[in-house]
Design a protein around this ligand. Structure first.
Ligand code: ADP
Ligand code: MG
Length: 436
């Protein structure tokens, strides 16, 4: 046996290879890139923080042994550069839970931007290490912002990379139906057993439990059973746990892990989503048109999809290149099909709350924290502009503020708008959101 002692990153890699399974190596170690290596510094690029933690937690001793002391430096790669390891063997038979996953909702087709980067990386963390990072992961945000897409993205990833884990995606409605059916057929024990034996449970739209309180306890018991065994749960909702009308016990469980919000994507991200959707339909979308569309449709990605479908159909039939004018006509048609309701204070609060990621309660409250105060002033500004109501009444609906507070807020925002382009864009986005 040769006793030649080699050190350094490549030697360490070979050693780690003998210390873990092939899958572990592929999922965790293979994605690490050596950026540079010298006696002073070993610089590694990791796809996310979880990989860095994994390395330190599991191989900390080896790192110290193989690398000179205090030379290790990590850089987290641009999220888009993460390469998912390829599965080693193809799967012949789709399992029932795979059929419940939308094929198009994978991490690969999810476009990242500032509005969703944090949630996406949390989702990826949960998918790579189910039960070991955030548990539960609670994803909330408005309609069409990609919550279900991310949930299914986790599902696909787990299916592909952790084949042995029992994963089950379900909507809250379907869960309730399951309980009802198994009560009828006296098979509730079987059903409980099924859920409690899962390794990964993905629950979509938990807000629907609010009107079905009879089922709350069963949901809560299931969650607790899984959480206590370290099994992963991911939940989506249109509101954060604290705003759901559910029992304190359930809310507490849902807040146990990480609560993260998806917000409305900025213009560049919307353009990227549009182009991605067009691309997946083999439809050529000129950049200029993509920007034009993304300007018009701000709030809901599902609308973006609808627009792409219409434009694609139109282009196929007309066999002519798209002009802004055609796009405008098609869009106008599309948007008038949706009844626009009269704006209300609640709609304004909701839109501002989503856009600025501030709770409605805080918009009505007194906090002077910068972000909250700004969002509150924007909401007041919009309310004054959009509502045909006496100012005293509008002011009162912000948790009983006075007329002069309202005027002061409006003046501040009007001034700020002179110079702050970002704010101007946010406000026009909010306007489009309200009552739509
Ligand atoms: P939610 O569950 O939040 O209401 P969905 O996940 O159903 O929204 O998303 C609505 C549509 O928008 C889906 O087709 C989804 O693929 C798409 N979508 C939303 N966000 C993104 C994104 N960041 N990248 C790509 N597609 C997205
Ligand atoms: Mg959804």
């Amino acid at each position: 046996m040769s006793l030649e002692l080699t050190t350094g990153w490549s030697a360490l890699l070979e050693f780690i290879r003998t210390r873990c399974t092939a899958t572990e190596f592929d999922n965790w170690i293979a994605p690490i890139r050596l950026l540079s290596e010298s006696p002073e510094e070993v610089h590694l690029e990791v796809p996310n923080l979880f990989v860095q933690e994994y390395l330190s937690e599991n191989f900390g001793d080896l790192l110290r042994e193989f690398l000179p002391p205090n030379t290790l430096r990590f850089t987290i790669a641009e999220a888009k550069a993460v390469r998912a390891p390829q599965p080693t063997t193809p799967d012949p038979e789709p399992s029932p839970s795979l059929l419940l996953l939308n094929q198009n909702y994978t991490f690969d087709t999810f476009i990242e931007g500032p509005s969703n980067q944090f949630v996406k990386s949390a989702a990826l963390g949960v998918a790579t290490r189910p039960g070991k990072s955030y548990n539960p992961l609670f994803i909330h945000g408005g309609v069409g912002l990609g919550k279900t897409h991310l949930l299914h993205g986790i599902g696909h990833y787990v299916r592909e990379h952790h084949k042995k884990l029992k994963m089950h995606p379900i909507t809250t409605e379907a869960f309730i139906n399951d309980v009802v059916d198994s009560l009828k057929s006296k098979s509730i024990d079987k059903m409980k057993k099924f859920y409690r034996n899962l390794d990964v449970l993905l629950v979509d739209d938990i807000q629907f439990l609010q009107n079905r309180l009879n089922f709350e306890e069963e949901v809560c018991n299931t969650f607790e059973a899984l959480l206590n065994q370290g099994k992963q749960i991911v939940i989506t909702s249109d509101k954060p746990p604290s705003q759901l009308k559910l029992s304190e016990r359930l809310v507490a469980r849902m807040e146990w892990g990480l609560v993260a919000a998806v917000t409305i994507p900025d213009l560049e991200t919307r353009v990227a989503i549009l182009q991605q959707k067009a691309h997946s339909r083999a439809f050529e979308l000129p950049t200029q048109i993509a920007f034009f569309l993304a300007e018009q449709i701000a709030s809901n990605v599902r609308q973006i999809e609808g627009a792409i479908n219409r434009l694609a159909a139109h282009t196929r039939m007309a066999r002519a290149p798209l002009t802004e004018e055609t796009v405008q006509t098609i869009l106008a048609e599309m948007l008038t099909f949706r009844p626009r309701s009269q704006p209300t204070v609640d709609a304004i609060l909701q839109a501002v709350s989503t856009l600025f990621n501030v709770r409605v309660a805080d918009l009505k409250g007194d906090s002077r924290q910068k972000e909250i105060a700004l969002a509150r002033q924007v909401a007041m500004f919009l309310a004054k502009e959009m509502l045909e109501e006496p100012l005293t009444k509008i002011a009162a609906s912000f948790g009983g503020k006075t007329h002069s507070t309202l005027l002061h807020a409006c003046k501040k925002i009007a001034e700020e708008l002179q110079t702050n382009e970002t704010l101007a864009r946010q406000i026009s986005m909010a306007r489009r959101n309200i009552g739509s």
